[in-house]
Design a protein around this ligand. Structure first.
Ligand SMILES: [Zn+2]
Length: 493
């Protein structure tokens, strides 16, 4: 069993309780996958003989962050010129013909890329909402899980699904020549079978589990309450998460009112979708009645401020939800709607965005989220939403998931008055010094410990350009991508 000793950490935030003060000049002992003990220096005498001693002088040590929402497969379609200036539906119209080109190689390359970016920016656990299986290729899910495991990230993989492309979006996409060649929608029977298979193959309920499975449709299937009931029953039986996007969109409001006489949140409550282990992504247009339902049911919300800004949504009633007792975590969202994947970057935005004038009524400096609130949301709150008490804090018996940020750099100079505030306010240097997941050092000195960064970059750029080429050949779309040309100029493709 490998023993790791972290020594002389400038400041260590255990997050064992809500307002716990950080430890100055701290040590921490890891045996195998777990944390054994921690405290202020001097450390116990036997710690000096640990298999590996990490000098954390000048570094702030935090529990590994938990990214609550992502779509790894989108990482190869970041900053696509034709989708940069569009609201959600127009953006989706642009992206779906490209996403149809996701194959086994693309999903592996995208998953390695997204996982690596998260590890380099402080996240040690991530939800991935994998809802697209072009041409019915259900095996893409297994490929992704394997790729993320090899990257060393703790994964909550949602075996998502696309029962239908709703309303105007589906009608518009159907008019694109070649779009119908690759099916994106899955039948109810296929969705249930694939969700069951994913749980059977990958869902590990054990403590310190590196892979747990969730289920859920990407958009509200108001016309198919049976699918939601069946998936919810499956999740309940297996101890899985339930995950869905709900801003909600106009079509979701209209269908829910017409078919069920209520708003989408109330519809989800009625079919048994809400509750603990249920996550609503975004929740940007929730009203007071929706917020009450989320709070009463114990449903979690994944707040993704970059997505809100990128696609022109409201910032979401996040302070109102937190006041009402809704549990809120933070997610970077997919590669194509962020378009970055930096977890620390997302924390900075989540911290700031709600201060904008006019965004929240009666929300002034006395109410603004504190740095400690943001840290809590990214660690303990997110862990609770995922039904876990073994991650999100540095305590004996918990998984050894932690990050170290070196404060001795330009970005933090002059900001040492409060190290946590320095990390969240100052510095757009978002690469951490060290990341440890389940007792394994996966980032060291700001680089992936097992190397391979240039291969990840080369593979991602090559496959991304190839996807554009194939999508343009199949459809009448032009994506204004210069990737193929740049690759030739860089001689890296
Ligand atoms: Zn999303």
């Amino acid at each position: 069993m490998t023993t790791i000793a972290v020594r002389n950490a400038a400041m260590l935030y255990p997050c064992r309780s809500r307002h716990e003060a950080p430890l100055a000049d701290a040590w921490l002992r890891i045996d195998g996958a777990g944390i054994v003990d921690l405290g202020p220096e001097p450390c116990p005498a036997d710690l000096a003989g640990a298999g590996r001693v990490i000098d954390a002088r000048g570094k702030v040590v935090l529990p590994g962050f938990i990214n609550l929402h992502h779509h790894f497969f989108q990482s190869l379609t970041r900053a696509m010129p034709v989708g940069l200036y569009a609201y959600s539906l127009d953006w989706l119209r642009t992206m779906y013909p490209l996403w149809q080109e996701i194959d086994a190689e693309a999903i592996e390359v995208a998953a390695r890329l997204a996982a690596s970016e998260l590890l380099l920016t402080g996240a040690t656990t991530s939800v991935d909402f994998a809802y697209l299986y072009p041409g019915g290729r259900a095996e893409l899910f297994d490929r992704e899980v394997a790729a993320v495991r090899s990257a060393g990230l703790r994964l909550h993989a949602v075996r998502g699904c696309t029962p239908r492309l709703d309303g105007a979006l589906g009608r518009d996409l159907a008019t694109i020549p070649g779009f119908g060649d690759i099916r994106l929608e899955e039948s109810t029977a296929d969705i249930l079978a694939a969700s069951e298979a994913a749980i059977a193959r990958h869902h590990d309920r054990s403590r310190h589990s590196m892979c747990r499975i969730g289920v859920g449709p990407t958009a509200l299937p108001a016309g198919d309450p049976g699918l939601l009931r069946d998936l919810a029953a499956l999740a309940l039986e297996a101890g899985c998460d339930r995950h869905i996007h709900l801003q909600p969109r106009p079509v979701e409001l209209e269908e829910s009112a017409r078919l069920h006489g209520c708003r989408p949140t109330e519809f989800l409550r009625r079919v048994g979708w809400l509750g603990e282990r249920s996550i609503i992504a975004h929740a940007t247009k929730h009203e007071a009645a929706d917020i009450r339902i989320l709070a009463e049911s114990g449903t979690g919300v994944a707040h993704c401020p970059s997505q809100n800004m990128r696609l022109g949504y409201p910032a979401g009633p996040i302070p109102e939800m937190r006041t009402a007792g809704v549990r809120v975590g933070i997610g970077v969202d997919g590669g194509a709607s962020n378009d970055g994947g930096s977890y620390l970057g997302e924390l900075r935005l989540a911290h700031m965005i709600h201060r904008l004038e006019g965004v929240h009524e009666g929300y002034g400096p006395d109410q603004w989220m504190r740095a400690s609130d943001v840290l809590w949301m990214a660690t303990r709150e997110a862990a609770a939403i995922l039904g876990r008490d073994d991650i999100g804090r540095l305590a004996p018996g918990c998984a050894a998931d932690l990050v170290m940020i070196d404060l001795r750099q330009i970005a933090y100079a002059g900001a040492l008055h409060d190290p946590l505030s320095a990390v969240l306010f100052a510095g757009d240097t978002t690469v951490v010094d060290t990341t440890i997941v389940n007792g394994a050092i996966v980032v060291e000195g700001g680089r992936l410990a097992n190397g391979g960064e240039s291969r990840i970059v080369d593979d991602a750029n090559r496959v991304a350009a190839e996807m554009v080429r194939r999508a343009e050949a199949r459809t009448d779309r032009r994506f204004e991508s210069r990737a193929a040309k740049l690759l030739r100029l860089c001689r890296c493709g």
